[in-house]
Structures are given as structure tokens and as C-alpha cells.
Design a binder for this molecule. Structure first.
Ligand code: AMP
Length: 238
């Protein structure tokens, strides 16, 4: 490991917020950031799916909403995020993937971040780096309908852009790949509508605060990653 890469794992990065429609590649980019900086990825979609799988009270309340492609109520999601952000592994920073999704959630997050203490920062507040990954509608639709996941190791494939070596089987462990229930065509168009209605206004919200960084996500994921990591490294403090 070269010095700068080793150093990146000791830096206080602060909050990274990944904005973008479903299928924009937030999860893929988050994994690159985790590898570079060693801060956790907090995906509200993953946390909610885990609650559904474990049959928790939150999971029971969220399931029907998720199945129809709508957004889970703000208070439920915010409580879940508050609990996650209170854990010690967030002390150098964290990546929010899929949160905030409404202006209400963004305002709530601003309030929480105003009181959040980061390692080696004393009382200094660390503003978020907000990255919007922009991708056109047709490309999003293809990415979502083609998405497959390994139920054992969680690896993501796409039958159009990143197919597994053997048809519908995971390259790593040979499990039969699955389609997420909310990646069916009918639910995808609902999810994209929910995005336009409730999440697009966030772009203006963060632009107005001077915190928005825009990235063209209609490219190869590695090219998007180079730019995303650059934006974070050249952010206001690293
Ligand atoms: P995702 O994996 O980010 O596409 O999220 C899957 C589903 O989880 C969404 O379609 C919503 O139903 C729900 N969800 C995830 N994050 C949020 C959030 N921040 N606010 C409300 N609902 C959410």
C-alpha cells in the first residue's frame, strides 16, 4: 500500500452524501469510497431490507411501502439513521447512500450533523460533501431491469453491462442470482417517479447551500469513481 493510500485510511473525511436516482450507481461508488478511506457505507435501502428480512417492527412497517416503490415515512428512516450514526465506526466519517431522500430528511440531517463530533476535529463542524451522480432516464431503466444480486455474497451484476461468467450464476460462489423484488418494471417506474417528486428537490436544497458537486454518471463506473474520489479528496478539508 503506498503512503497516500495508507494515509487516506487515517483521515477524518466527515459526511459524504451520495445523491442520484435509483440505479445511478450510488452503491458502486460507495464501495470505492469505503476501500479508499475505510469509512462505513450506510445504505438506508440495505438497512431497511435487513429489517424486513429479520421481521423487526420497522421491517413490518416498511415492507408494503417498499414493495410498491414508495418512500418509507421520514420519522422511521430518520430514527434508523440516528441509531446507525451513533455507532463508533462513524467517528472519522461515513457515506450516506440513499439518504436523505426528502427535504425533510435533509433538514433533519443538518440538525443532527450540527451536533456530531468527528475524530481530531475538536469543536470544528465538518460540513458534508454532497455528490450528485446524474444519469439519464433510459440508462437508469436498463440498469435497474438488468440488475441481479447474489443472495449469498451480495455481489451485484447487470445482465446487460456486467454479466456473470455463467448465465445467472455468481462468479464468486456459484449461487443462483436473484432480482430484487422492487426491480420489477412496474415497481421501477414507481421508484423513479418517487425520486422525481421527492428527491430531485434535494439537488436545489444542497445547491442553495453551496455544497453540491455534480458528476456525470453516464460513464464507465471506474471513470465515475476517479472523479468521485477526486471530489472528496479536494473537498474542503482533506
Ligand atoms: P434503495 O435500495 O436505496 O433503492 O431503497 C429501496 C427502498 O427502500 C426505496 O424504494 C424506499 O422504499 C426505501 N428507502 C430507502 N431509503 C429511504 C429513505 N431515505 N427514505 C424513505 N425510504 C427509503
Amino acid at each position: 500500500m503506498d503512503a497516500s493510500v495508507a494515509n487516506a485510511k487515517a483521515l477524518t473525511v466527515g459526511p459524504i452524501i451520495l445523491l442520484g436516482a435509483p440505479g445511478a450507481g450510488k452503491g458502486t461508488q460507495a464501495k470505492q469510497i469505503v476501500d479508499r478511506f475505510g469509512i462505513p457505507q450506510i445504505s438506508t435501502g440495505d438497512l431497511l431490507r435487513d429489517n424486513v428480512k429479520r421481521g423487526t417492527e420497522l421491517g413490518k412497517q416498511a415492507k408494503a411501502v417498499m414493495d410498491r416503490g414508495d418512500l418509507v415515512p421520514d420519522d422511521l428512516v430518520c430514527n434508523m439513521v440516528a441509531e446507525r450514526l451513533s455507532q463508533p465506526d462513524t467517528s472519522r466519517g461515513f457515506i450516506l447512500d440513499g439518504f436523505p431522500r426528502t427535504v425533510k430528511q435533509a433538514e433533519w440531517l443538518d440538525h443532527l450533523l450540527a451536533g456530531k463530533v468527528f475524530e481530531n476535529q475538536g469543536d470544528r463542524k465538518v460540513p458534508p460533501v454532497v455528490v450528485n451522480i446524474a444519469v439519464g432516464y433510459n440508462q437508469l431503466f436498463k440498469r435497474l431491469t438488468g440488475r441481479r444480486m447474489c443472495p449469498s455474497c451480495g455481489r451485484i451484476y447487470n445482465i446487460y453491462f456486467q454479466p456473470p461468467r455463467a448465465d445467472e450464476l455468481c462468479d464468486v460462489d456459484g449461487s443462483k442470482l436473484i432480482t430484487r423484488p422492487d426491480d420489477s418494471e412496474a415497481v421501477i417506474s414507481e421508484r423513479l417517479k418517487a425520486y422525481e417528486r421527492q428527491t430531485l428537490p434535494l439537488i436545489d436544497y444542497y445547491r442553495g447551500k453551496g455544497q453540491l458537486r455534480e458528476i456525470d454518471g453516464d460513464r464507465d463506473p471506474s471513470a465515475v469513481a476517479v472523479e468521485t474520489l477526486g471530489v472528496i479528496e479536494n473537498g474542503n478539508r482533506l
